[in-house]
Every structure is written in C-alpha cells, then in structure tokens.
Design a protein around this ligand. Structure first.
Ligand code: PMP
Ligand code: GLU
Length: 394
C-alpha cells in the first residue's frame, strides 16, 4: 500500500492547470470548448528569440549551466532591472530559475520556518497559498473589495501583521484582478512596514510589461524597502515564452545565496537553450514586443465592453495583466438550466458544461465571489465565449 506524504496529501492541484487539462480533455472528445482559463499568451514566441535558441543549439550549448544562471543572462537581467525599474542589483543578488514559479518556491523555502505567516492580499495568484503551505508556512488571507480595485490598504496590512508574520506576497499587475499598485499605494504599505523591519516583501512583477496605464513602480524602489524586498519576474508573459521556463529574482544577497543553494540541490541551473534565448529577449528594446501588449489592450476593451451586456457580472477595470475577474455572486442560490449554483466553482462548472467556456473559479484565488477569464485569446474566441455565456444565462 503506497502511503503518500501528508504534505502532498494536503497540496491542492493547481486550479489553472487543472482547468487547462480538463479543457484539453473535452476538446479531445470532440467538444467545442473555448478556453479562457489558462493565463498564457496565444502568440508564438517572437522569431528573433527563436533564432537565438536555434543558434544556441548549433553553438553546442548543451552542458549543465551555472546554478544561478549564465553570467551573460544575469547581466541582461541586471540591465533590465536598471532600464525598466531603476533598480540596481549586483550579479550576486540575481538568481535565474526554471520559471517564476520556481523562483517563488525557492524564496518560500529559503525563508519560512514552520508556523511563519505570509500575508496574501486576496485575490492572489493561485499557487502562492500552496507554495507557502508546502513550506510549512501559514497563509494569512486579507480580503479586498472590488470597490477598492481589489487592493490591500495600509490599515488592512497593519491589522494582518502578527509577531509571526514573515512575508507579504502580491503580484502587480495582479493575476487575477489586473490591479496595479501605484507608487503612493506602495509607499503607504511601506510606511506600515517601517515599524516591522523583519518582514520581507515578495513583489511578483511578471506582468510588468502588460500594463496599460502610466503607473509602474516596484516596492524595491523605495530605499527603505530595497534590503528586504525580493523582486520576482520572468519571460513567460510579455515574451510569450511560457513553455521555455525561465524566471528570475533580484534580492538581498543573503536570500539570493539561499535560493541558489536550494536550486543546486533540487534542479541545478535552468535549461541552457532557454537561457541563451532569454539573453536576446531581455536585451531587445521593448518595442519588439509592443504588438502583443497593444493586442492585449484592445482585447481588454473588447471583453470589458461585452461583459457589460451580461447581466449580473460586476467588473473592476483591470489596469494590467490579461484577466478579468468579475463578481458573479448575483447568481448564487439560483437554478439555471437545472443547474444549482451555490458558489463560484458551481458557476465556473456551469459555464464549462452549459456554455462550453472554460474559466477558473475565484475560490482558487482566495475570492469565492468571482471567476477569472483570461483574454489572452483571439478576438473571435472572446466574442463567441461571451455570447455563449450570455445565452446560457438568459
Ligand atoms: N506569478 C504570477 C502572478 C503568474 O501569473 C504566473 C503564471 N505563470 C507565475 C508567477 C509563474 O510564471 P512562470 O511561467 O514564470 O513560472
Ligand atoms: N500563471 C498562469 C495562470 O494563472 C499559468 C498557469 C499556472 O502557472 O498555474 O493561469
């Protein structure tokens, strides 16, 4: 009899990946499902990046890589932080990993002792909670309101802090709400944190280029926060490179060293070909990927306009990333087409079965009143999906 570990038994399957798998399965059965569940650009990786990868193969990049990344890539990351975020990191503060997901796992593992609390403003990205729990940390969820654009206020932060608080994790632009913390909002949070010098901030900026407003500011840009902020980023989203699996951090040296030590025992350095390609990606001017960002922007207008016509959907206006996160709690307690809807998970399953549209339940992001729709999809898929949703509900 195989007995799995308690740790694995307690771990949830990633809801985003589970929905993507379910969509694939239904499509394979011949069902015409429109997938708005997975947060992944529908673009191909740009040719100039692909060419760099081909070149790397031909140049015989095939050996183990340095655990924390090729020095040329770390230099490209260093320049990127300088260019885009006005952040100065020494090379020994940078660690390249197999996706930002691994970067986040490394940080949790490097810092958490059993019982340490991690504040997660809700809605949070689906894997934060489980990564914290896998590392024996305790997630502390802070509920936010749609009226406040789903952002945590300084007062809420202060109320959530206890002697056991070790870290705060958030993404900005946020997956799933699309919210972007402004400079003054981050300064407000930093002011609270001045009283608690041991708390570390993890600022996940993987959607930084998919930002439709003028606000762009990193917690680490606040001088008092620099020495206790880990800035997480990666190429999956802006460069349409989800499957290449490259993420990175800029962090205090002690944390970077710990992440490197861990990675050296768990995965070794990230894939050699992908790293070479990412050097080219990060060294390119942002103009080269602007066409994708422009598309996401116009799709945002499209989906927000279409959702206005769906009764009972209440949306904030996402400022970045490529998700909408409508509150659909108006439907709770109702029966539609013999389908009883008690919560967001029921609603998401109803949409899958009755409208053939895949979404993700807000429960996975710590908000049980909402569902997430990704608009990293073609215009026609977006139009058809919202049409189907409207018809299934009418
Ligand atoms: N953070 C956020 C907020 C994300 O949405 C994702 C989605 N992939 C990740 C981290 C992980 O990205 P990666 O593909 O680099 O592991
Ligand atoms: N981050 C994407 C999402 O939220 C990809 C899925 C995942 O990595 O879990 O859908």
């Amino acid at each position: 009899m195989i007995q799995l570990s308690d740790k694995i038994n307690k771990l949830e399957t990633s809801a985003t990946l589970a929905m993507a798998a379910k969509t694939r399965e239904l499509k394979a059965e011949g069902k015409d499902i429109i997938g708005l569940s997975l947060g992944e650009p529908d673009f191909n990786t740009p040719d100039f990046i692909k060419e760099a990868a081909v070149q790397a193969i031909n140049d015989n990049y095939s050996s183990y890589t340095p655990v924390d990344g090729y020095v040329e890539l770390k230099k490209a990351v260093q320049n990127k932080f300088k260019r885009d975020n006005s952040l100065e990191y020494d090379l020994n503060q940078i660690v390249v990993s197999t996706g930002a997901k691994q970067s986040l796992y490394n940080v949790a593992s490097a810092l958490l002792n059993p019982g340490d609390e991690v504040i997660l403003p809700c809605p949070y990205w689906v894997s934060y909670k489980d990564i914290v729990m896998l590392n024996e940390g305790v997630p502390v969820e802070v509920k936010t309101d749609i009226e406040k654009d789903f952002k945590m206020t300084p007062q809420q932060l202060e109320e959530a802090i206890t002697p056991k608080t070790k870290m705060i994790w958030y993404s900005s632009p946020c997956n799933p709400s699309g919210s972007v913390y402004t400079k003054s909002e981050l300064e407000g949070l930093a002011k609270v944190l001045q009283k608690y010098p041991d708390i570390i901030v993890v600022s996940d900026e993987i959607y930084e280029h998919i930002n439709f407003g003028d606000e762009r500011f990193s917690m680490a840009q606040i001088p008092e926060m620099y020495d206790r902020t880990v800035t997480v980023n990666g190429v999956s989203k802006a460069f349409a490179m989800t499957g290449w699996r490259i993420g990175y951090i800029g962090a205090p040296e002690k944390i970077a060293n710990a992440c490197k030590k861990l990675q050296g025992q768990v995965t070794s350095g990230a894939n050699c070909i992908a790293q070479r390609a990412v050097i080219t990606a990060l060294e390119a001017p942002i103009d080269k990927i602007q066409y994708m960002i422009d598309k996401f922007k116009s799709r945002r207008e499209l989906i927000l306009g279409l959702l206005k016509e769906v009764p009972g959907f209440e949306c904030n206006e996402p400022k970045g990333a490529f998700y909408v996160f409508p509150n659909i709690s108006n439907y709770f307690g109702k029966t539609i087409q013999d389908y009883k809807i008690e919560n967001a998970t029921d609603f998401s399953m109803f949409l899958l079965e009755k409208a053939n549209v895949a979404t993700v339940t807000g429960e996975a992001f710590g908000n049980p009143n909402c569902i997430r729709l990704s608009y990293a999809a073609s215009e026609s898929d977006i139009e058809n999906a919202i049409d189907r949703i409207k018809n299934s509900l009418s």
